[in-house]
Structure formats: C-alpha cells, structure tokens
Design a protein around this ligand. Structure first.
Ligand code: GLN
Length: 552
C-alpha cells in the first residue's frame, strides 16, 4: 500500500517546504523507495501559467505540458523523476472540477459545499498518484502557511485522510521557524507552539517538527518543543540554514529524518541510503577548481525566483566542469549598442533569458550583437533565441526593422512570427505550445556534439517561432539551424559555427537539468566560458593566440 506524507508550513512563508520535501524524498529514494512529490497550491488560478514572474517566480513546465509551481522544478532536480499535471493542484483546479461536475448533474438534488465536496475532491487528488501503483511513498507539500483562510479546506482534507488511511500510512510533517532574538541571544519556540496549536485547532497533530534555525537547537530547546507540541524527542528535527540547497538532504540524513519517517510509516529501515554521488556533487560544489562569471540578461532580475531553473542549471553545469559559476544579472532595459562593451566586457559568457512582451527587448538584442561580434560565448533561451534571430536579421542580413510579430505587429520583416496553430487561440491559460517535443539535430553541430546524440526531446512554452520563409537567407549567410522538429519543421536550435559558442534554443533546457543529469547545453556553455576566460587571461599575459587552447 502507498504511504502518504504531508508537509505543512508554519509561522511564515518561504521556509523552503519544497526543498525540504525534495530532500526527504531524495533520502527515501536513496534507500530504494519509489517516491514522488506533489504540491497543492491554495490560490484560485487554475495554474500559475498566467501569473507574472514577479508574482510567483518562474513557471515550471512538465513533460506533459502542465504549467506548474517552481517547486516541481526542485522535485525533478533532486529526484530525476519527471513530474506531470497530476503533481500540481490548485484551489482553482479543484473548484473548476467540482463546478463542472455540478453543471453536468453529478450532484443532482444536493447542496454542493466545501465539506464534503471540495474536501472530497482534494482527497481524491491527494491519492491519485498513489493509486497508480508506481510509488511506495507520495509526499504532498501543502502550499501556504497554517492559519491562512485559503489553506483551511486542505487542512480539513488532511484531518479526514489521517482517519481514513490510518496513522501508520499517513504522516504530517510540520516545517516551522525557530527565530533567534539577537538582543536576548535566544532561540524562541513560541511561534512554533502557536502554529502547532493552529493545526490542532483543525484536528491535525503533526508527527514530526522540522525546525528552520540559524543556530543549533540545544537539547533543552528540543525537549521543550517535544513537550509543548506533543511529539517525541526524535521527531524534533533541526534544519539549519546552509550555503546550498543541495546540502539539505545530507543535513537531514545527519538528523536521522529518514529513519524517523520510515519507523512511523512501519517501513523497513534496513541498510543506509546510498548518497555517495550526491555527496560527491556537494563536495565538488564547495571545492571548485575554476571560476567563471556569466551575465544573465533579463528583465525580471529583481526577483531571483523568476529564473530559478536557469540558476540551478548553472550550478549543475558548474559542478560538471569543477567550476564555480558566478552569475551577475544585468537588466536588459539598461543595455544599448553603445554601452554593451562596458556592461558585458568583463563576462566570460552571457545568457539571454526567456520572456514575454517588448519591455527590455532592444537591450537583449544589443547584448547579443556584442556577444556575436566579440566572440563572447552566448546562450539564448526561448525569447533569447528569438532575439538572436532578430539581431542577425538586422545586422547581418541587412533586414532593417526585422522583428518578432509579438513585439511589433507592423514590422517589415517578421523573422519571428506567431505559430499557425496559435492564431485561432483566444484564451490565455494553458494555450501556448507546451511540454515535450522531439527535435532532430544536425550532425557535427555544436548541439549534436554537446548532447552526444542526434534526436532529443525538450520542453517548450511559447507562441512564436522562427519564420521558415527566411530560412534560406539565414542559412546562406552562415547561421546553422541545428535543431528541427521532425514533424513540423519548426526551427528549435540555431547556432553560429565560427564562434566560440553561439547557441539559441526555442525550448527550455533549464527545465531538464538535474543533479544527476546536468544539461549538456549548460555544461557546454560553462566549458566555453572557461575557455574564453583562459584565452583572455593568456592574451592579457601577452602570449600569442597560437599557443592558446583552441575552441572546439
Ligand atoms: N514570448 C515568446 C513566445 O511566446 C517567448 C516565450 C518564452 O521565452 N518562454 O514565443
């Protein structure tokens, strides 16, 4: 029978429930259990696809084309197991389903209510992945903080599930904050006591407390928390702030969290989790041999979460190259042809980020021009690739005013244009070209070399595409369309062969980079950045270019 673990959050938001859930899942996976994680979000949007990145951070896209919460990215990065539409449920989706049922007559004669109809639907969704038989353990992260009005139906569903499934099949882990008052030089347990009381008020007793803290929890504090919150001493677990999210599973292993959880679920604790490759990853992360500085050119740079998967992909690719990747964000609105050298000249590579709408677009184009003309490694993702096409059209092909029809519907040359199937779309939610599509790579291209393969699959989220009416003009002047969708002939990858690393992709490679499988194109970019840095350093030392490691 599948076992269920629910993770709730207390005291404040941003405690890292997603990272914690992913870390616990990793430890259980490393013991041989088949684990998945799902997230329940209490907002009324059906999915986060229509949310501005400033509101909700990055929108993470699954293989099956669901637009989901960025925590699903952490689940995949830690577990290397793909998630799906079923792994992210929102209040909007729950209500939409129940209301559609009501319209279809499923409840004829009955008053449709939060309890039992909404809670029944939440419980049905909570068990859905478990019922596939593919998992031994399903971890469910409840978004929001205990005490929020919008979380109540979820907590109530949890209360009911505990009864229905039985305590040994359904655990509640409460992630909470133990603040440190520097004036008093003391860690305080009161907020945790209150948030546990809030849970108790709704009929839920947490089994395990995971305590975020900046200082070690003393035995006394642990004792006190156990006493006031009705948990056993082993079930007070410390989660100390650490330098990297990838250290969290190792930290939880030290706290014996896996053993405590498995004991409570009546599951075997034989053996130890095999975390050796994970440990090696963290060791290399903390002990890099090299360092590069990469510019992230985007327009949502004020919020780190807007480019979460890109930043994590750089960490994975850095470790693969034994290299610390320092990311410096540059606001695309501040870049022009005139100041590009001053703003970008100190980087070893740049990445031009995905995005929507015209704000900051000219700066992205100027940045790409600078990279192209100065042999600076460049990687463009989605809108970043589209900007590379526009830049090339304007400055190499001489197509003055070339643009994307998204940014300027009246431009003389729409080298990027809306995809045919998108033209009839009216609704905004869930209607882009979403999810995984195959892509055929050209032999001997940089892409094929990086992937070590000629047929790949990558995830998409866009409405516009390279306009194939211009294909010949681009190819005749040296741009290589190195990745093509074999079914639709859409251009998915562009590159310049006579450049250190000039690659643009219509898809989102950052969504598939994990700790155990760093994405080949990010690995390739970091490698190119390292080479670029060496070339620069040797040139600075006055050595001749001939002796320098050549670009491959
Ligand atoms: N706005 C562009 C499009 O819809 C690019 C989208 C993106 O960068 N994800 O095609």
């Amino acid at each position: 029978m599948t076992k269920y673990i629910f993770v709730t959050g207390g005291v404040t938001s941003s405690l890292g429930k997603g990272i914690f859930a992913a870390s616990l899942a990793k430890l259980l996976q490393a013991r041989g259990y088949r684990v998945t994680i799902q997230k329940f979000d209490p907002y009324i949007n059906v999915d986060p696809g229509t949310l501005n990145p400033y509101e909700h951070g990055e929108c993470y896209v699954t293989e099956d084309g669901a637009e989901t919460d960025l925590d699903l990215g952490h689940y995949e990065r830690f577990l290397s197991v793909p998630t799906s539409q079923a792994n992210n449920i929102t209040t909007g989706r729950v209500y939409q389903y129940v209301i559609n049922q009501e319209r279809a007559g499923a409840f004829l004669g009955k008053t449709v209510q939060v309890i039992p109809h909404i809670t029944d639907e939440i419980k049905r969704r909570a068990k859905l992945l478990g019922e596939t038989g593919e998992y031994d353990i399903v971890i469910t992260e409840l978004g929001g903080t205990v005490g929020d009005i919008e979380s109540l139906p979820y907590i109530e569903s949890l209360r009911q599930l505990r009864w229905e499934l039985g305590q040994n099949n359904c655990l509640v882990i409460h992630l909470t904050l133990i603040p440190y008052l520097s004036a008093a030089k003391e860690l305080k347990t009161k907020p945790t006591q209150h948030s546990v009381k809030e849970l108790l008020k709704n009929g839920v007793q947490p089994d395990i407390l995971v305590c975020r803290t900046e200082h070690d929890l003393s035995a006394d504090i642990r004792e006190k928390l156990a006493l006031f919150c009705n948990v056993d001493r082993k079930s007070v677990v410390q989660a100390m702030d650490c330098d990297s999210i990838y250290e969290v599973p190792l930290q939880q292993l030290k706290e014996d969290l896996d053993v405590t959880v498995l004991n409570k679920l009546n599951l075997s604790t034989e053996g130890t989790p095999d975390m050796s490759t994970w440990r090696d990853f963290v060791h290399t992360l903390y002990n890099p041999k090299h360092q590069v500085k990469i510019g992230l050119i985007g327009k949502y740079i004020e919020l780190q979460d807007a480019y979460k998967s890109i930043l994590e992909s750089f960490i994975h690719a850095g470790v693969a190259n034994e290299c610390k990747v320092k990311i410096e964000s540059v606001h695309s609105e501040n870049i022009t042809d005139e100041n590009a050298a001053q703003k970008l000249g100190h980087f070893d590579a740049i990445l031009v980020a995905p995005g929507f709408g015209p704000r900051g677009i000219e700066g992205k184009i100027s940045a790409i021009r600078y990279a192209r003309e100065n042999n600076l490694p460049f990687f463009g993702i989605c809108l970043g690739m589209q900007c590379a096409v526009i830049e090339y059209a304007r400055n190499v092909l001489g197509l003055e005013g070339a643009h994307s029809s998204e940014m300027n519907p009246n431009a003389p040359h729409h080298v990027i244009a809306m995809m045919e199937e998108q033209k009839k779309v009216v609704n905004k939610g869930g209607t882009m070209r979403l999810g995984a599509f195959p892509c055929q790579l050209k032999e001997n291209s940089k892409a094929a070399e990086a992937y070590g393969n000629t047929i790949i699959s990558e995830r998409h989220r866009h409405r516009y595409e390279f306009n194939n009416a211009y294909l010949k003009a681009f190819e005749d002047s040296g741009m290589v369309m190195s990745g093509i969708n074999p079914e639709t002939s859409l251009v998915e990858i562009i590159e310049l062969p006579n450049h250190s690393w000039f690659v643009g992709v219509q898809f989102h490679p950052e969504l598939k980079s994990t700790v155990s499988h760093p994405h080949p194109l990010f690995v390739g970019l970091v490698k190119a950045a390292l080479q670029h840095k060496q070339v620069k350093e040797l040139a600075d030392e006055g050595k001749t270019q001939k002796n320098i490691i050549s670009y491959s």
